[in-house]
Design a protein around this ligand. Structure first.
Ligand code: ATP
Ligand code: MG
Length: 370
């Protein structure tokens, strides 16, 4: 079972689409099958990957309205292992047309169910609103990735989204996890950025991604060429930072599995969650008991040391496959529909990835001029 990650923040212009495009592309570059679903009527993820506007094309709107299935909506991209379900501005109508619709919150989840097993990652790009479209994405997702800028009022803006996540857990998707909070357009040279980062670290703990995304002109230019940053300029800091983020998320999945395996070995069925300000008590998503220390004490430190971080992702592929195999029998998200039986997981894949990672080649020095 693949992992469905909704990239969401109701605040506009924080880097959701840039994150969705480049994270999905980085997963695909790591040679894992990835699907990007454009859930935003602005359709920026679609145009950013080179799809011209076409009102006739089958899109997310048709999926939500039950007028087409996901198979019919799939489009190939320039990257071999990346597919996209595009959007069109007609998607804005779904918000209104679905108001009285049956299972209106589950439309996207139901539509993606027949194809999601084909992908290790499904990335959902959400609109800048807590509307029915974002609700559908959060109900369909295993986890939410929250891009945000290191601004003074950053935490205030995020509380509404976290409240929504709580409500969705209570009503529709009890296992919805926080994949992480990623700082975008980040400039660690300012005192403000460092202060805000420290505060976010206190609040989110390990949920604050160690990888930060710098402000980088290549990330802004790439969509106008219909390309992901790694296709446009693979050596740019922007492309490298998203490859690091993809690697961090893949590694996070490994550590989650390791925790679950350790807990199972201790005979415990219940993982203890700390440092997640919004996790339900029953979540098994993150156990910080015996969690290995973070690679860096803060995202700022991590960014400074990122040149030493390996970014070659393809060596993680085999283990991602193994995680996926494990997840396909252990993911709790389908409990809503009661589909997936649980089986035991093992630490073998974790061991394998660790030995593989030790052999990875360090990243080339970042292109500071980009
Ligand atoms: P919306 O809420 O409208 O959907 P968004 O949250 O999806 O916006 P993006 O469209 O990804 O945000 O980014 C907003 C603008 O900032 C775009 O012009 C994008 O190219 C630019 N941008 C995003 N991230 C970066 C970055 N790291 N460096 C430079 N420019 C960036
Ligand atoms: Mg967007």
């Amino acid at each position: 079972m693949g992992r469905v990650i909704a990239v969401a923040n109701q605040k506009g212009g924080v880097g959701k689409t840039t994150t969705a495009i480049n994270l999905a592309s980085s997963f695909a570059a790591a040679e894992v099958n990835t699907l990007l679903v454009d859930c935003d009527p602005q359709s920026n993820a679609s145009s950013g990957l080179g799809l011209v506007k076409d009102p006739e094309r089958i899109s997310t709107y048709h999926l939500l309205m039950g007028a087409a299935n996901a198979e019919e909506a799939l489009k190939e991209t320039a990257l071999k292992q990346l597919w996209i379900i595009p959007a069109h501005k007609n998607l804005i109508g779904a918000n209104i047309e679905l108001v009285d619709g049956e299972r209106r919150e589950f439309r996207l989840k139901d539509a993606l169910a027949p194809i999601r097993d084909r992908y290790q990652f499904v990335v959902l790009d959400c609109p800048p609103a807590l509307d029915l479209l974002t609700l559908n994405a959060l109900v369909a997702a295993d986890a939410v990735l929250i891009p945000m800028q290191a601004e003074y009022f950053a935490l205030e803006g995020i509380s509404e989204l976290l409240d929504t996540v709580e409500r969705i857990r209570a009503s529709f998707n009890p296992d919805l996890a926080i994949e992480g909070v990623v700082l975008t357009m980040f400039d660690d040279r300012t005192n403000l950025a460092q202060q805000v980062t420290a505060e976010l670290k206190r609040y989110f703990g390990d949920k604050l991604c160690a990888t930060t995304i710098p402000r980088n002109i290549r990330l802004a230019e790439a969509p106008s060429h219909g390309k992901a940053a790694l296709s446009y300029d693979i050596k740019s800091r922007g492309a490298e930072s998203y490859m690091s983020l993809a690697k961090e998320i893949i590694s996070h999945q490994l550590s989650v599995k390791e925790m679950a395996a350790a807990a199972a070995a201790r005979g415990s069925q219940r993982a203890v969650v700390v440092n997640d300000p919004v996790a339900p008590e029953t979540s098994t998503e993150l156990a910080t008991i015996e969690q290995p220390p973070a690679e860096a004490s803060s995202p700022v430190d991590a960014e400074e040391s990122r040149t030493e971080e390996p970014v070659q992702l393809s060596s993680t592929q085999a283990s991602v496959e193994e995680i996926r195999a494990e997840e396909s029998v252990s993911s709790p998200v389908e409990t809503i529909q009661g589909q997936q039986p649980a089986e035991e997981t093992g630490p073998a894949a974790v061991e394998e990835i660790r030995s593989e990672e030790q052999g990875e080649v360090p990243a080339e020095e970042m292109d500071k001029s980009a």
